[in-house]
Design a protein around this ligand. Structure first.
Ligand SMILES: *[C@@H]1O[C@H](CO)[C@@H](O)[C@H](O)[C@H]1NC(C)=O
Ligand SMILES: *[C@@H]1O[C@H](CO)[C@@H](O)[C@H](O)[C@H]1NC(C)=O
Ligand SMILES: *[C@@H]1O[C@H](CO)[C@@H](O)[C@H](O)[C@H]1NC(C)=O
Ligand SMILES: *[C@@H]1O[C@H](CO)[C@@H](O)[C@H](O)[C@H]1NC(C)=O
Ligand SMILES: *[C@@H]1O[C@H](CO)[C@@H](O)[C@H](O)[C@H]1NC(C)=O
Ligand SMILES: *[C@@H]1O[C@H](CO)[C@@H](O)[C@H](O)[C@H]1NC(C)=O
Ligand SMILES: *[C@@H]1O[C@H](CO)[C@@H](O)[C@H](O)[C@H]1NC(C)=O
Length: 279
């Protein structure tokens, strides 16, 4: 057991540096600016000579071949931003300006020299409500409900949205079943939904259509439009945007990919048992 601990200890001791800071927001609204932060620290007796710091981007479910370099700095030289919308903030912290849904993906920071490397990555989702949510009503012939009145046909659509969307109809806050159609284009989706309501269920009631994204937390990012339907005409209430445009605090610090710290977690208990062996 302690011999295994000793081998791990040697591997760990050969690491010259570790990441001291790494931050990628979980999501950002299209048009916003996204801060990406990466910092490293050296072992006290090591120098940063020959050290590279790189930021990589890869598509959300991309393979390693699809990874592209977006920033690099060789210690002692000025940094290079390899994309037009990158602003260098300080050290190796960068700002992605005016992001589009195409900037969604996995962002990775790598610090390396000829013998060592540490890297960490997190996904970023850039979302867009596209044209926004549009809710419309029309009257149609009586359908298979119990009354003999004309029915109300409700459509809701949002065009050019991303990531993958979902629409929910509610009548006075109660969800109703609707049929959805999602059409994917290169970077975004068009979503259409419709429902036929009997006239007594629609008239005078508050009808809402809510746009959400399956990969984003609904309580943080959603778009809602609500109207009260009445046969004479409609009272329109202005659409409510429930989206937060601020980047959330990134709560996961060193949870992924940091070789330094995951090794330490394994090694520390082993080191203590190693010393206990001699006591
Ligand atoms: C720094 O110290 C570690 C052990 O503490 C050693 O393995 C490493 O070679 C030293 N590096 C330099 C540049 O002296
Ligand atoms: C990535 O893969 C996951 C699971 O395989 C899937 O649910 C998700 O829709 C994919 N995302 C994209 C952007 O392709
Ligand atoms: C942001 O990007 C969009 C399209 O990508 C463009 O229409 C808009 O002018 C840009 N805004 C700024 C402030 O650069
Ligand atoms: C929606 O439809 C499904 C099956 O088509 C049914 O099981 C469910 O009860 C319906 N929900 C409502 C609110 O009508
Ligand atoms: C209602 O939605 C269904 C499913 O998306 C679609 O096939 C149908 O054409 C829509 N009806 C109208 C009138 O748009
Ligand atoms: C969604 O966001 C709310 C409030 O911001 C938070 O309490 C909740 O834990 C989040 N849920 C997930 C699955 O992240
Ligand atoms: C993240 O790291 C910073 C300093 O590195 C620390 O102040 C903060 O409490 C950490 N946050 C979490 C959620 O661990």
């Amino acid at each position: 057991m302690w011999r295994f601990g000793l081998i791990l200890l040697l591997v760990t001791a050969s690491k010259q540096f570790s990441l001291s800071e790494f931050e990628v927001p979980d999501y950002m609204k299209a048009g916003g600016d996204v801060p990406l932060k990466c910092g490293y620290e050296l072992k006290s007796n090591e120098s940063d000579k020959g050290l590279f710091v790189k930021w990589w981007w890869s598509p959300m479910n991309g393979s390693s071949e699809e990874r592209s370099l977006i920033y690099q700095r060789i210690v002692g030289h000025p940094p290079d931003a390899l994309r037009h919308n990158i602003e260098i903030v300080q050290d190796d912290d960068i700002l992605l300006r005016n992001v589009t849904v195409k900037d969604s993906g996995v962002y990775e920071c790598e610090v390396s020299n000829i013998v060592d490397e540490v890297r960490q990555y997190e996904p970023l989702i850039v979302f867009s409500e596209g044209t926004g949510v549009q809710l419309e009503f029309s009257t149609v012939e009586d359908g298979p409900d119990t009354d003999d009145d004309e029915d109300v046909f409700v459509t809701c659509e949002a065009l050019g949205v991303a990531p993958y969307p979902d629409l929910t109809f509610t009548v006075d806050g109660e969800a109703v079943n609707a049929t959805d159609l999602v059409i994917a284009s290169e970077d975004s989706y068009d979503i259409y939904s419709n429902v036929t309501l009997s006239s007594d269920l629609a008239s005078g009631h508050e009808i809402s259509c809510l746009l959400t994204f399956s990969t984003l937390n609904v309580s943080d990012v959603a778009f809602l439009v609500t109207q009260v339907y009445n046969e004479a005409g409609f009272t329109t209430e202005s659409p409510t945007e429930m989206a937060s445009t601020e980047a959330p605090e990134n709560v996961e610090n060193n949870s992924k990919g940091d070789i330094c710290c995951s090794w330490l977690l394994v090694v520390l208990p082993l080191i203590s048992s190693y010393f206990m062996y001699f006591i």
